[in-house]
Design a protein around this ligand. Structure first.
Ligand code: GSH
Length: 329
């Protein structure tokens, strides 16, 4: 990982009413030169006092504690200036607990069971993603079909971001040409620089938030399957979809029928993968579903969805996700 603020180690505060847990976290971090555990606290109130009296960059905050619980303490910590970044750590991993922690201002949510996995990387990543003045920006151009899939990925992570919608004229300005070599969207502006290509952005967002488990471990077969569907979506499905759309508008019935057939083949490949599972990789929702689901969304827009029960049921499942609803609102 890269440097932290002023190249000094990040100052980390550990908060949990069980000293054994804070000690276990401290042991995990002790050899990480990027971090320094500056204090531990047993209550939210103590955490607040410590954060007011010393520089703290990142707080690992237990959610259920006596005397100012984790949610209330997170809210009050986030109101400080400068405000430390808070990573919620909880034994409860249900969606409501997660949503409550993120809504209170936590930048990330870790289950206690998973907290030891790459903890140092997670802390540094959360810090970098949330550096003051560096909220990520996602560039959209009015009506463009690809950027919402990246927005969906960001919404799945709960990370703060700015959705910058340009007019077609703004999209053609020199300023945007400096963001994207072809002047296209989406572009994601991160603390470290600019990134483009919608599927790459989705994969990057998933990688940046390991705690959301949107992408399996590097080197695993499941990770290979995520790449497989991401590339399939970008190099097979999407071009065939655009081909069919253009051919229909072209007014040559023969060319349109050919393009439809090519698209139909790709739909069949997708449908076959959905016979066994609710999602594309191991039956679990992953970033591959965001990327493929994003293409399906464009197929819906073009009125080119396949007449296939598996694909349509899959799309209906994706439509139920609040993150998708927010991204396509
Ligand atoms: N492969 C790129 C394609 C990007 C792309 O073609 N974006 C369209 C909008 S959805 C665009 O910016 N078109 C305007 C142009 O090409 O100037 C990706 O997936 O991000």
């Amino acid at each position: 990982m890269g440097e932290t603020r002023d190249t000094r180690p990040l100052r980390v505060l550990l908060v949990d009413d069980h000293p054994l847990f804070t000690e276990a976290l401290r042991t995990l971090l002790v050899d990480d030169a990027r971090l320094e555990v500056v204090a531990t606290a047993k209550t939210g109130r103590e955490a607040l006092r410590l954060a007011k009296s010393a520089v703290v960059d990142v707080v690992l905050m237990d959610m259920s504690m006596p005397v100012l619980d984790g949610l209330a303490a997170t809210r009050r910590l986030r109101a400080l200036d400068p405000a430390p970044r808070v990573i919620a750590v909880s034994g409860h991993t249900d969606d409501l607990s997660r949503a409550a922690a993120l809504e209170a201002g936590a930048a990330a949510f870790l289950s206690k069971a998973d907290a030891r996995e790459n903890l140092g990387d997670t802390i540094v990543r959360v810090w970098r993603a949330g550096r003051v003045g560096s909220v990520q920006r996602l560039y959209q151009r009015e009506g463009a079909g690809r950027p919402p899939r990246v927005r969906w990925a960001l919404e799945e992570t709960g990370t703060p971001y700015e959705w910058v919608v340009m007019t077609p004229e703004e999209g053609r300005l020199e300023e945007h040409a400096r963001r994207h070599p072809l002047g296209r969207v989406p572009v994601l502006e991160t603390a470290d620089g600019l990134l483009f290509e919608s599927a790459a952005l989705c994969l990057h967002v998933a990688d940046s938030h390991p705690e959301r488990e949107l992408i399996p471990a590097p080197g695993s077969f499941a990770r290979g399957q995520v790449y497989q569907w991401a590339f399939f979506a970008m190099t097979e499905l999407e071009p065939r979809l655009i081909g069919a759309y253009m051919a229909r508008r072209g007014g040559d019935p023969g060319a349109a029928a050919k393009a439809d057939q090519r698209l139909e083949k790709a739909w069949r490949a997708l449908a076959a993968a959905l016979v066994e599972g609710a999602y594309l990789v191991g039956g679990e929702f992953t970033i591959a579903d965001v990327i493929v689901g994003g293409v399906l969304e464009n197929a819906r827009k073009f009125d080119l969805l396949p007449d296939d029960d598996h694909v349509l049921a899959y799309l209906a499942r994706l439509d139920e996700r609040p993150a998708k609803q927010r991204a396509y609102a």
